[in-house]
Design a protein around this ligand. Structure first.
Ligand code: HEC
Ligand code: HEC
Length: 243
């Protein structure tokens, strides 16, 4: 398993959060019959913000990802993936189990519209040679290993592309390497054809470390909106980004 994060760090806050989370989902379900608390979007996402930040900006926890500003269909696909078991992280799987497509879509749209500031970029903790390798793969790929440039799909400024390719800025290095590891080991799946699985399996451990390290040290651009749909032709077919 590629997860390079101590499971204690991930699971320690969970018990408390699960309680908060289940209370949120439970009261959302109850609100339909007992209109006590107002069923606002802020109330609905209360169980999410402890891990993802009040506006989806993420937290200091290296493993809890930013949601804000990612394309709505990307976020929606992920919520479905957790509900259907194509991605595995027990608290997430549990929280969305009983939520309808419509409800998930509203949550996804809500976070896609949030624009909290980005965290300051991480200070590099790897060698400059490793950073240079990461930059090379992200911006230019590695033709000798059939690795396309990450920027070819995630955008020149790495803010993603509508409707369903996420930005890669503002994510922690541990989160990025864990996701690439999950695609390699088959615990994360996207809609077929799963281009990220193809790409991740062409990366070595060193490549994963290098891209994760370089990405996490990048400053988010002034205007972090995803590129318009079909503004780039993806070098591989991706089921979640029909062209
Ligand atoms: C206990 C902490 C926790 C809570 C509570 C939580 N999440 Fe998450 N969420 C995570 C973690 C950790 C991941 C990454 C899991 C993985 O893929 O390994 C994640 C992933 C996600 C993703 C995918 C992000 C991406 O960029 O791919 C979305 C969308 C998401 N969560 C939405 C929500 C929503 C909506 C709620 C509330 C209903 C919620 N989360 C509650 C911890 C949490
Ligand atoms: C052919 C297009 C394409 C290329 C090239 C590409 N990606 Fe992706 N990437 C995607 C798509 C589509 C998704 C969304 C998959 C899903 O729905 O889960 C994605 C998702 C991701 C995610 C998940 C982000 C999150 O918030 O969980 C990471 C990390 C990622 N890509 C990293 C990379 C890296 C690193 C490279 C270069 C080595 C790369 N990608 C190259 C299309 C691409």
């Amino acid at each position: 398993m590629e997860l390079r994060v101590s499971s204690r760090r991930i699971f320690r806050p969970l018990l408390a959060l699960l309680l908060i989370g289940s209370a949120g989902v439970y009261s959302a379900a109850k609100a339909q019959t007992q209109p006590k608390a107002p069923d606002t979007m802020e109330a609905r996402v209360q169980g999410c913000t402890a891990c993802h930040g009040t506006h989806g900006q993420g937290t200091d926890n290296d493993y809890f990802p930013r949601l804000a500003g990612k394309p709505a269909d990307y976020l929606y696909n992920q919520l479905q993936n957790f509900r259907e078991g194509r991605r595995k992280y027990p608290p997430m799987n549990y929280l969305v189990t009983y939520l309808s497509d419509d409800y998930l879509h509203q949550i996804a749209t809500y976070f896609s519209k949030q624009r909290p500031p980005y965290p300051p970029p991480a200070k590099p903790t790897v060698s400059s040679a490793t950073l240079a390798r990461g930059q090379q793969i992200v911006l230019n790929g590695d033709a000798s290993k059939q690795i396309p440039a990450c920027a070819a799909c995630h955008g020149k400024s790495l803010t993603g592309m509508e409707p369903a390719i996420p930005g890669l800025v503002g994510l922690h290095s541990d989160y990025i390497s864990a996701q690439l590891g999950a695609w390699r080991s088959g615990t994360r799946h996207a809609i077929a054809p799963d281009c990220m699985h193809t790409i991740a399996t062409r990366l070595t451990d060193e490549d994963v470390n290098a891209v994760a390290a370089w990405l996490s040290t990048q400053q988010a651009p002034q205007n972090p909106v995803p590129a318009p749909a079909r503004s780039m032709k993806t070098p591989l077919a991706c089921g979640s980004e029909p062209q």
